[in-house]
Design a binder for this molecule. Sequence first.
Ligand SMILES: CSC[C@H]1O[C@@H](n2cnc3c(O)ncnc32)[C@H](O)[C@@H]1O
Ligand SMILES: [Zn+2]
Length: 431
Amino acid sequence: MALILKNARYLNEMNGTWTARQDDILIDGNTIKEIGSLEHLYSDHEVWDVKNLLIMPGLINGHQHTPMSLLRCYSDDLPLMDWLNKKMLPAEMKMTSEDRYWGAMLSMAEMIKSGTTAYADMYIDMDTIAKAVQETGIRASLARGMIAMDSNYSDRIEESRQLVERWHGSAEGRITAMVAPHSPYMCPPDFLSDAVKLAKELDVPLHTHLAETSDERVMIQERHGMSPVQYLQAAGFFEDTRVVLAHGVHFTEEDLSILESVKGGIIHNPVSNAKLGCGTSNVVELKKRGLKVGLGTDGPGSASTLDMFMEMKAAAWMQKLLHEDASSLSAHEVLTMATQNGAEILGIGKETGSIEPGKKADLLFLNMNQPHLLPAHHDASLLVYAAAGQDVDSVMIDGKIVMKNRELLTMDEEKVMFEAKQSAENLLRRL
Ligand SMILES: CSC[C@H]1O[C@@H](n2cnc3c(O)ncnc32)[C@H](O)[C@@H]1O
Ligand SMILES: [Zn+2]
């Protein structure tokens, strides 16, 4: 049955400014059907009076590795290459499929509880993660993260193909798929070209880590005599395929001119970049050059939390620090990055990212009646600078309520926490 959100105070963007309006919202199946005064329809519909809540479009986490929740705070305060090669990869080699399932479920519980309605995942064993996506009701863009150091990589290309063929468009359209060569430094030239060919053949986006550290720049320059961006360009990365480029911290002027015309964009991960000592993206400059910039947490192994409210704060703070200018990256711009831009970069911008008729009903309901969120001078500022994931009261994804009054409705939260904790403890015993 269709549902009317009565007395809905909802936040949407117009010409760069996020403002709240009050109306009723009719949701039919998974879609926002009508917004306006709908009193004449109340008697024929299920009605939810949401007058004490502020509604905003669901947050979109553009880059994540869900099973890494099992490695949260397992190894911190290390530079990226040591963290990755000495700690994460060896631990990930010992994970079982069951571990990855519970790690993914734990991440999805955390994401939904903090207002993320869609996200992009890059990992291995993607059938297991897709199963968790199906069960939890979240919207996801899934990719098999591919690492190769020699020419023996056909199994990874085949797994990527299978992921796309099996899952792209599944779960009532909530799952889309991408092809993901891990990064310039984990992918030799032939492998990268084959990954690009596969994405073109299957007509899906490419997702990769790019220009995350200055070490990466040095490494690719030494190995291939060019910058990481030029290296991707040489493999055909930017020809006509949509690209989801995580990080983008260290770009040259030439890199920026290559990236200006790409379809897709950069996913900025400020917390992970800060914690791994990578530096921070110059988001102000990227935006000036016309690039689309979204927001992501990266995996909980580096970011430690999947709270996009934290990520929004960090994004705004870091641009102000970097430019010594308080007007750099306003709360309004950050909200756009975390919603519409993320959706557009992932290629799901027609479905989600804003509250308007025709879009899927991916909505957050926030409890703003709390000491730290009063008074309500500016909703956009409150959401970015004062709110946290715990302020999300309820969440709707694809028209289905997946959390109500902070209770998860598509998963047994206690069981997920218990099993994930067991998996993490057993994993450490095997290391
Ligand atoms: C092969 S699946 C994806 C792979 O990526 C690793 N990873 C997680 N965070 C980062 C990061 O910030 N930079 C590079 N690689 C990262 C993760 O450990 C998985 O093995
Ligand atoms: Zn990553």
